[in-house]
Design a protein around this ligand. Structure first.
Ligand SMILES: NC(=O)C1=CN([C@@H]2O[C@H](COP(=O)(O)OP(=O)(O)OC[C@H]3O[C@@H](n4cnc5c(N)ncnc54)[C@H](OP(=O)(O)O)[C@@H]3O)[C@@H](O)[C@H]2O)C=CC1
Ligand SMILES: [Mg+2]
Length: 340
């Protein structure tokens, strides 16, 4: 029997922010998303995060950490002019969010401009997003992922799939329209269900052949069109490891930018402890097996796995803390502790 969904934790934003300031911020954000004039005005006083071919600009700070530098619009215009480019290009910035002080935040890809020249002027380095995820802290990683996802979406949705005509964006970049067919396109995420299966004592983790050596994660799969999340979850577990899920509990969700935008819905699930024989679909997974609490606890302590002389990890480890898989595994381990 499927159990009703239950929120296992309360995200920080649900408890720490006063509702009045949150509501006014969301209404302001919606206004600049929808109204071109308001968005243009917001860009004048907003913050811009720079990307080069979708790699975000990071800056090493005096306090010994990497930061996502927020540039002012006039700074970006100055950089463009110094490099002999049209400063009006800055208007192509895409709205991604706004700060608690209602300052709009944008992403802008400098594209074909020489990378080293921009890096020198900005005192920063363009870093691949996967690496940036490791280097950034707190809310900066999801912010930079969102900025990249929106830029990528615009770069790959320049034409209407019905007429083949160019599509035009609104000022904020929240949509693109084909004026020939009248179709409006919105940025998309693919829904994915990710699940930590338990038999009450052990948890089931799997690995794809493309994962770094030794890394096992919770099982995941894309939802088919027309499926509920629960149906997708049960189907994926049946397909990938040949097990039938008995109960499901919702844990949380995450936007995952790799390789393209997915909306990860994370759940815990249980199987009958008398029916735990795994039969792995070798097309999807290289391996899947049950892990004990002790093994999982050990893996959770590993921040950077030890590596052999080829640079390959030599132990069992799990995805880093920014991945929702890590949180599922952590939650499961905590729950086992409470039970014992
Ligand atoms: N944040 C986290 O903690 C984690 C995130 N993930 C993410 O979850 C996602 C799904 O996991 P995965 O196990 O690979 O998924 P699946 O088990 O569904 O396997 C991937 C299959 O789905 C196909 N596919 C690719 N994109 C789509 C799409 N948009 N819609 C439908 N089918 C698609 C692939 O086809 P093809 O043959 O063309 O490749 C492939 O056959 C991955 O993007 C992965 O990065 C996974 C684990 C942890
Ligand atoms: Mg899968």
């Amino acid at each position: 029997m499927l159990q009703p969904l239950r929120i296992l934790f309360r995200p920080k934003w649900m408890v720490s922010r006063s509702s009045a300031s949150y509501v006014s911020r969301m209404r302001y954000l919606n206004k600049i998303k929808e109204e071109d004039e308001a968005c243009r005005a917001a860009l004048q006083s907003g913050n811009i995060f720079l990307y080069h071919k979708l790699a975000p600009l990071l800056r090493w700070t005096d306090s010994g950490i990497y930061q996502l530098p927020a540039l002012q619009t006039k700074d970006v215009e100055e950089i463009l002019e110094k490099l002999g480019e049209d400063k009006e290009m800055v208007k192509e910035s895409i709205l991604i969010n706004c700060t608690e002080q209602n300052e709009a935040q944008f992403s802008f890809d400098v594209g074909a401009i020489e990378q080293a020249a921009v890096e020198e002027l900005c005192r920063g380095t363009f870093v691949d997003l996967r690496k940036a995820f490791f280097l950034l802290r707190g809310s900066e990683a999801p912010l930079v992922a969102r900025g990249q996802a929106l830029l990528r979406w615009h770069q790959t949705n320049g034409f209407c799939s019905s007429t083949g005509q160019p599509t035009q964006r609104n000022q904020s970049g929240s949509q693109r329209v084909c004026h020939s067919s009248g179709i409006t396109y919105y940025p998309k995420m693919s829904p994915v269900v990710i699940v930590l299966v338990s038999d009450g004592k052990r948890c089931l983790l799997g690995r794809q052949s493309t994962f770094p050596r030794g890394m096992y994660s919770a099982l995941a799969g894309f939802c088919d069109i027309g499926e509920t999340m629960e149906e997708a979850l049960r189907r994926e577990i049946a397909e990938e490891v040949g097990l039938e899920v008995e109960s499901i509990q919702y844990s949380g969700s995450q936007h995952w930018p790799f390789p393209q935008s997915s909306f990860m819905v994370a759940c815990h699930a249980t199987v009958n402890p008398n029916e735990t024989q795994v039969s792995v679909d070798k097309v999807e997974l290289e391996d899947a097996r049950w892990f004990s609490l002790e093994e999982v606890q050990e893996a959770l302590t590993i921040k950077a796995p030890p590596r052999n002389n080829k640079g390959e990890p030599t132990v069992f480890w799990v995805p880093p803390s920014y991945a929702i898989a890590n949180r599922l595994i952590q939650e499961w381990a905590n729950l086992q502790h409470l039970k014992s």
